[in-house]
Design a protein around this ligand. Structure first.
Ligand code: IPM
Ligand code: MG
Length: 370
């Protein structure tokens, strides 16, 4: 048994963040005992919680904590209806989430979607289209493209009109490094990579395709195909089983990962890992559920904590190399689902043996299966 200590900054954020984070920490505490390592978990405010506590979406103390930690376990931030007088640059989405992604150079976002057999009713597609199962890894570039490209502004153009500008920018090295992550991920899976672009319209798409094709020469065992993003969105609906790894630039990955998540039963089940320069072994990472703050159900013990719990499993694996503990969490999640535990997002009254549970009860069921 190792006696290693890992420092985790736990930033729960807004909306359902705190309640799903509580369940993830509960599960992590069990792995600590079971596998004999120490997790030094320090909680700190971020998002509107940061603005309320310290006047900033990313308080200085929270950023400092992150810098002194081995990884960040993140909840979610952003409450669209709160205080419209706070300028967009200071709102949580940009000032906390995008800032952290950029600050730590977290260019590789991994979003694994898989539809558990017993949840086929929660998938919006007919059973025939689900085939032998949906199992997709979306690899999303996270620090480039339209999210960060300059110029980015809204300007007056006279006559009471304005012009909004967002700029899509990618360089060869930015495409290369994310392509390597995607090919390496494919090697560990079914060895198929679908690279998504819009090469029929965008300069970015042409460069993306050229660079990915070049990088593919290093991975002769991986089958590469290119697909336009509009077709990719459609193919996800028509025949999702054709996909193994989908490689996307930032914006396309944002959109397609939500679409893919719905195929996996619920956005509440989709974890994500955001990694920096080294994506293997003990590497700094940022782990967050891909869904949002879900303000409509926040604080009601209704949210599905699985995305947060699976994100913590990804953290143990990718940042700390604790593969057994990560696998134990994933197995316990499967067990809890197979036992019929269902939060509202994956519940169907017509499913026999399904038991509607709250956030805490789902966490308890997962703990019980560890
Ligand atoms: C995501 C989210 C974020 C994004 C928002 C909250 C800024 O949708 O992580 O997918 O667009 O990246
Ligand atoms: Mg999104």
């Amino acid at each position: 048994m190792s006696s290693k200590t890992f420092k985790i900054a736990a930033l729960a954020g807004d909306g359902i963040g705190p309640e799903v984070m509580r369940e993830a920490i509960k599960v992590l505490r069990v792995t600590e005992k079971k596998f004999g390592f120490t997790l030094q978990i320090t909680e700190a405010p971020v998002g509107w919680a940061g603005i309320d506590a310290a006047g900033k979406a990313l308080p200085d103390a929270t950023l400092a904590l992150c810098k002194h930690s081995d990884s960040i376990l993140f909840g979610s931030v952003g409450l669209p209806d709160r205080d419209p007088t706070i300028p967009k640059e200071e709102r949580p989405e940009r000032a906390a989430l995008l800032r952290l992604r950029k600050e730590f150079g977290l260019f590789a976002n991994l979003r694994p979607v898989s539809l558990p057999k017993v949840l086929s009713h929660a998938c919006p597609l007919a059973k025939e289209r689900q085939g032998d199962g949906i199992d997709i890894l979306v690899v999303r570039e996270l620090t480039g493209g339209m999210y960060f490209g300059q110029p980015k502004k809204t300007e007056d153009i006279g006559g009471g009109n304005q012009r909004a500008i967002d700029t899509m920018v990618y360089t060869t090295p930015e495409i290369e490094r994310i392509a390597h992550v995607a090919f390496k991920s494919a090697l560990l899976r079914r060895k198929k990579l679908t690279s998504i672009d819009k090469a029929n319209v965008l300069e970015n798409g042409i460069l993306w395709r050229e660079v990915v094709t070049r990088v593919s020469k290093n991975y002769p065992d991986v089958t590469l195909e290119h697909m336009f993003v509009d077709n990719g969105a459609m193919q996800l609906m028509l025949r999702p089983t054709q996909f193994d790894v989908m490689l996307c630039e930032n914006m396309f990955g944002d959109i397609l990962s939500d679409e893919a998540a719905a195929l996996g039963g619920s956005l509440g089940m989709l974890p994500s890992a955001s990694l920096g320069a080294t994506s293997e072994g003990n590497t700094f990472g940022f782990y967050e559920p891909a869904g949002g703050t879900a303000p409509d159900i926040a604080g009601k013990n209704l949210a599905n904590p699985i995305a947060q719990i699976l994100s913590s499993a990804l953290m143990l694996r990718h940042s700390f190399g604790l593969n057994d503990a990560a696998a134990a969490i994933e197995a316990a999640v499967t067990k809890a689902i197979n036992a019929g535990n269902r939060t509202g997002d994956i519940f169907s009254a017509s499913e026999s043996g399904a038991k509607r549970v709250g956030t805490q009860e789902m966490g308890d069921a997962i703990v019980a299966g560890m």
